[in-house]
Design a binder for this molecule. Structure first.
Ligand code: E4P
Length: 216
């Protein structure tokens, strides 16, 4: 399973990279807006920092605008994946970019049929937003399960990138289902390593070791 970090913050990306945990990065206009620097310099720096795929999102609403933006975005690095919203014009853009060999990530996916359409259009990734569905009392992980079943039934190469992750349970469920990628915010990623029994056990070991060295 691949881990992407869901941030445009270079410090977070560098720290997560130091743990050896990062296979790629996803950004979006909201994440870019949280940063102080110009989005272009952030995009360039993130692409240079990370070996794996970096999703950068278009903001145009017509296929022509999206394709033109995509062609500008791929100039930031050979690892750019163009994020396209799951709207009908977006599907046209995905088809055209896919035909040109440009990788795409279809974002804001909230139904199995949207994912199926994106896969048929040639998307490299589809991003079901599980946390936002849970937030309206629907079942985000059921959506992931349905998409994986459909893709497996028909042998689609499109990868399922679980997005809008809110807590470690989403990741455990995604891994159990066999989702290809999860993208997680930095704080969620860091929380995976923590367990109260690990901390308590370590405290006991260190206290007991003091008894051993106290005898020397
Ligand atoms: C995915 O690529 C998106 O950037 C992200 O997961 C959105 O999640 P949110 O619901 O936390 O904004």
């Amino acid at each position: 399973m691949e881990f992407f970090i869901d941030t445009a913050n270079l410090d977070e990306i560098r720290e997560a990279k130091a743990y050896g945990l990062i296979d790629g990065v996803t950004t979006n206009p909201t994440l870019m807006a949280r940063e102080k620097d110009d989005w272009r310099s952030i995009a360039k720096a993130v692409c240079a920092e990370v070996d794996g795929p970096v999703s950068l999102e278009v903001v145009g609403l017509t296929a022509e605008e999206m394709v033109a933006e995509a062609k500008a975005l791929v100039a930031f690095g050979s690892n750019v994946v163009v994020k396209i919203p799951m709207i009908p014009e977006g599907l046209k853009a995905v088809r055209s970019l896919s035909d040109e060999g440009i990788h795409t990530n279809v974002t804001l996916v909230f139904s199995p049929l949207q994912a199926l359409l994106a896969a048929k259009a040639g998307a490299t990734y589809v991003s079901p937003f599980v946390g936002r569905l849970d937030g309206i009392a629907q079942d985000g992980m059921q959506l992931v399960h349905d998409i994986l079943t459909i893709f497996n039934n028909y042998g689609f190469a499109t990868k399922v990138l679980v997005a809008s992750v809110r807590h470690p349970r989403h990741v455990v469920d995604a891994a159990t289902m066999g989702a290809h990628v999860v993208t997680v915010p930095f704080n969620v990623l860091m929380s995976f390593a923590k367990h109260p029994l690990t901390d308590a056990g370590l405290e006991t070991f260190l206290a007991d070791w003091k008894k051993v060295t106290g005898k020397e």
